[in-house]
Design a binder for this molecule. Structure first.
Ligand SMILES: *[C@@H]1O[C@H](CO)[C@@H](O)[C@H](O)[C@H]1NC(C)=O
Ligand SMILES: *[C@@H]1O[C@H](CO)[C@@H](O)[C@H](O)[C@H]1NC(C)=O
Ligand SMILES: *[C@@H]1O[C@H](CO)[C@@H](O)[C@H](O)[C@H]1NC(C)=O
Ligand SMILES: *[C@@H]1O[C@H](CO)[C@@H](O)[C@H](O)[C@H]1NC(C)=O
Length: 781
């Protein structure tokens, strides 16, 4: 099969099946939202704070930045305080050297600290790009002073990359450092190695006589203490698929922590290096083949290490859109694949073929005394035949997630749930609960303003805080803020495993450490009725006042992105639905009239649960219009509506004196009102003429609305015409007024009676269509 044919097949496979995707976030908080505050650390003289390390007690956050390493006091939840800072920058001559090699002095040549590890109880290890010439050092954690080493700079080259743009990974285990990085200036020679080896044993690196790694992008590392192994995670070119060029494959690689290399063959080289493909794929779809980040979720205290899970964020090499997935892998499966069968590298053809049968020593630790022939076999068998399949727990066709961290939590039902925290490329943190019925995005929180290429996230599960590092600074985000849910129903509907409604204190609070019987929480069904009882109150009715014929717009804030809102009113019974327009934002618009004054309630529905979220009593304002000179006149001119256009064109945006200005729930601007009037009057006109529509509610407005959108260009034209017409009309009326005061003899027979009810009724009826105002204007002209 030709490569292009295969690729075509793969692509077709991908296109044929539709992506099942994550539901949208239930609630969203923009940066600096008072409801979901962050604590930010971003002093003007600190940049590229992208390497984070949390101390074991969670009270200190170490930060690798540009030309500096910081120690931040994060023991308080409301402030991040700078404890210590060491400057660590290349000299001017080193920057000149860097520039002379063709690098940009400000972009490439500072020292970007990319490795930060706790080596032992007293010292930190740091490694930075240092003007494209990696340097490393130890830092005394107590005094936060840097201890440069004599043998330093030659060796630092294998510990972190030259280029600040290149990814690498490092992990310290029992005082030894394991790194995966490129080792050369151009960044093309990858290497996994051990440094600062203990007990007099030699440092170990990888055999370079065969290509063990092919253009890898390292994204993470982890340790398996009970098997004494280290795992590295990366994507690389999959040479086993030699027929597809540049096909990248996500991988896990293993080395044994105590490997000391062979005696003659593989001296000071890994005898335990092996790698396996990771598979993150939905049925009948292309696999997500680019690994972005991995988080190791260890079992709870006292648990079996075998239950360790790895959450990997994947994107796809082929997707054009922002697509990503999270797959969960089990340590057991890593262990199984590395003790399974291997492919063999053919030194002559440079092909990898599957090996039949499996020598028992492959992938094992302790091969230092193995025979040369065994090690020769090991040398060319480094890729497993099998792959490690992960379960997709999150698939998003809208978000390109790049980083993940996770925590396990015990919910009110006593069960344990996993909550993922995912960073999007656009600057949001998504909190995703893995519930039995699927992943739910509980909330999204904006944590930085500009899209960031380099960022990191760490979690302190014990303190319940996340730290996000970007080149903008460090932000700390509590894993939950239950108090944003102000009612039992919202608290239960949120289905946040971390939040429950405390029946004793009548507040949404953290579930952790609470007596479960007292907490209302239903992660499975979000059943509010059962959890909260019938005792939910619908809040007070808000009185709002309008003039007759004024455009009314009633706001209704959706309690969540997943809720749908609808309006109810006793008025809907008698009036055609066309008179009421429900906008996409949930607000309801109509013209104030005797028929439409009354009670309106906005109901939100989510998960089958309905709740009134806003109630209005729309009333007639004690009108100053009725005693104004204009109105009296208009009554006489049978042309009530012209007067109201006049009102709208000239009055302040908040038309009623009884309404406080800036009221967020009732808000109209002149433009909005004009547009609305145009629409509403047209609707009212036709609606009241061929009335007798069956009773309907504004919830069924979808079709009417989409129809309206189609006409929106037309209605905009109409709106502009109206504005012009209104101006002309105002002038003319003004003139008329002056003229009539001089000539009292002129009379126009009144269509509108003096009786109040009749007047408002007819004012609805006499709402003009455009064709009717047109002639009026020409008559006057
Ligand atoms: C450092 O931060 C700047 C923005 O302040 C950003 O443009 C640049 O890409 C960052 N460099 C690295 C290596 O992260
Ligand atoms: C280095 O990069 C910056 C930002 O991209 C640019 O403004 C500057 O001109 C570059 N300097 C050189 C010498 O190319
Ligand atoms: C920690 O490591 C540093 C650097 O290797 C060393 O100087 C120091 O003695 C070590 N401290 C302990 C307590 O082992
Ligand atoms: C951990 O679990 C594995 C398989 O489930 C079992 O074989 C092993 O004995 C367990 N280890 C401990 C320490 O319980």
């Amino acid at each position: 099969m030709g490569p292009s044919l295969l690729l075509l097949l793969l692509l077709l496979l991908g296109l044929l099946s539709s992506t099942s995707s994550l539901p949208p976030p239930r609630t969203s908080f923009l940066l600096n939202s008072p409801d979901r505050p962050l604590v930010l650390f971003s002093p003007p003289d600190v940049h590229n704070t992208t390497t984070l390390l949390l101390s074991d007690d969670g009270s200190t956050l170490y930060v690798g930045a540009r030309d500096a390493v910081l120690s931040l006091d994060v023991s308080r939840s409301d402030v991040i305080r700078l404890k210590k800072k060491v400057e660590w920058r290349p000299s001017q001559s080193e920057i000149n050297d860097c520039q002379n090699k063709g690098k940009n002095a400000t972009v490439d040549c500072p020292n970007f600290v990319s490795v930060l590890q706790l080596m032992n109880s007293s010292h930190l290890y740091v490694c930075g790009s240092f003007a494209f010439s990696p340097h490393d050092a130890f830092i005394d954690a107590e005094s936060f002073s840097m201890e440069l080493r004599d043998d330093a700079n030659a060796k630092a080259k294998g510990r972190c990359p030259h280029s600040p743009a290149q990814k690498s990974s490092a992990i310290s285990v029992d005082g030894e450092l394991f790194t995966a990085t490129t080792t050369d200036f151009r960044g093309v020679k990858p290497q996994i190695s051990r440094h600062f080896s203990k007990d007099g044993r030699q440092d170990v690196s990888q055999d370079s006589s065969v290509g063990l790694l092919e253009e890898p992008t390292f994204v993470g590392s982890s340790s398996d203490p009970s098997e004494r192994k280290i795992y590295f995670f990366f994507s690389e070119v999959g040479k086993e698929f030699s027929f597809v060029d540049e096909l990248r494959i996500p991988r896990v690689a293993q080395v044994c922590k105590d490997d000391v290399g062979g005696q003659r063959t593989l001296q000071n080289k890994w005898t335990s290096f092996a790698k396996a493909p990771l598979l993150c794929q939905l049925p009948r779809q292309l696999p997500f083949n680019l690994l972005q980040d991995v988080f190791t979720l260890r079992p709870p205290e006292g648990g079996n290490a075998t239950d360790t899970l790895f959450y990997g964020v994947f994107t796809s090499q082929w997707s054009s859109g922002p697509e990503s997935a999270v797959c969960v892998f089990r340590l057991q499966d890593f262990r199984a694949v590395f003790s399974g069968s291997y492919r063999t590298f053919n030194m002559d053809t440079h092909q990898l073929s599957s090996m039949l049968g499996k020598p028992s020593f492959m992938g094992q630790c302790g091969l230092d005394s193995a025979s040369d022939s065994e090690l020769a076999e090991v040398k060319k068998s480094f890729l497993t035949s099998g792959s490690v399949r992960g379960d997709p727990v999150v698939v998003s066709s809208e978000q390109r997630y790049s980083h993940v961290t996770a925590m396990r939590t015990q919910a009110a039902d006593g069960q344990h749930y996993t909550v993922l925290f995912l960073l999007t490329e656009s600057g949001f943190l998504h909190k995703v609960a893995l519930l039995d019925q699927g992943a739910q995005v509980i909330e999204e929180i904006q944590v930085f303003t500009q899209p960031q290429l380099v960022k990191s996230i760490v979690i302190s599960s014990s303190k319940g805080v996340l730290y996000v590092g970007t080149s903008e600074g460090v932000a700390s985000v509590p894993v939950a803020r239950c108090s944003v849910y102000t009612s039992c129903s919202q608290c239960v509907l949120a289905r946040d495993p971390l939040c429950g409604w405390s029946r004793t204190s009548s507040a949404c609070t953290g579930v952790h450490g609470h007596h479960h019987g007292n907490m209302a929480q239903d992660l499975k069904d979000g059943n509010v009725g059962q959890q909260c009882g019938g005792g939910t109150t619908s809040g007070p009715v808000k009185e709002v006042h309008f003039h007759v014929n004024e455009a009314v717009r009633l706001r209704c804030l959706k309690p969540s992105n997943l809720a749908s809102v609808s309006w109810t009113s006793p008025r809907f019974k008698d009036l055609p639905e066309k008179l009421f327009i429900q906008s996409a934002d949930g607000s309801l618009s109509f013209l104030a009239a005797a028929d439409t004054f009354g009670i309106y309630r906005c109901e939100a529905e989510e998960e089958g649960y309905k709740e009134v979220v806003a109630s209005y009593d729309v009333r007639l304002v004690a009108s100053r219009r009725s005693i104004g000179p204009f109105t009296e006149e208009n009554h006489g001119t049978a042309n009530d509506d012209d007067g109201s256009y006049e009102d709208i064109a000239t009055e302040e945006p908040t038309t009623s004196t009884t309404r406080p200005s800036g009221d967020p729930e009732v808000h109209t601007t002149v433009e909005e009102e004009l547009m609305l009037m145009t629409n509403l009057k047209k609707e009212a006109d036709s609606g009241l003429r061929n009335n007798k529509d069956p009773v309907s509610t504004p919830t069924q407005k979808r079709d009417a609305q989409s129809g309206k959108e189609k006409k929106s260009y037309y209605s905009e034209l109409v709106g502009v015409s109206f504005l012009l017409a209104t101006c002309v009309c105002a002038l003319v009326l003004g003139g008329l007024h002056v003229w009539r005061q001089r000539k009292p003899g002129l009379k126009v027979s009144p269509l509108v009676g003096p009786e109040d009810g009749g007047e408002t009724n007819r004012s609805m009826e006499s709402v003009p269509s455009l064709s009717r105002t047109g002639p009026e204007l020409t008559v006057v002209e």
